[in-house]
Design a protein around this ligand. Sequence first.
Ligand code: GAR
Length: 192
Amino acid sequence: MLNIGVLISGRGSNLQALIDASECGDIPAKISIVISNKSDAYGLERAKKHNIPAVFINPRDFSDKNSYERKIVETLKQYNVGLVCLAGYMKIVGEVILTEYKGKMINIHPSLLPKYPGLHAQKQALEDKAKVSGATVHFVDEGCDTGSIILQAEVPVLENDTEDSLSARILEQEHKIYPEAVRLFVEGKVKF
Ligand code: GAR
């Protein structure tokens, strides 16, 4: 069975969606390791509740980004990871991880890419007075949220939306399309 490694920075609700889908057999793969760059990421607790190894790797313990990323790759390899899922991992992935996992690394982003890449995608949609926004699962490449798109889901942007209300509406869709995109990858139905 394919081993999945999940990289997080915070709440981990997308991680939870992946864990649930794996446990109920919707994804024929195992979440084998969760890595966070933040010590207080709630996602670490979620993983532990499901007996999934979960580690905090502190970027500040390393002299540069490459050595930090080498530690991440080493950890993923210990668990024989064949797919890396970024789930609210708020760091730009650099060349060390990409060299190892390009084509085997996917990300979820809270907009209909290529619209609103980068930080605060929901705020960008509101400021742009968009009528629709949504979520995207895509392969990770060298750019910021530029990799090939696997799945998208659309949601309306309502007139009185706040960043919170729009984020919640998008998140609901994220929790559906992320497990679905992982399933497509694991079943060999999408390739980089
Ligand atoms: C999600 O909305 C995800 O799409 C977004 O962060 C949130 C993480 O929530 N990711 C990005 O903005 C990446 N550029 P979660 O920790 O509850 O899954």
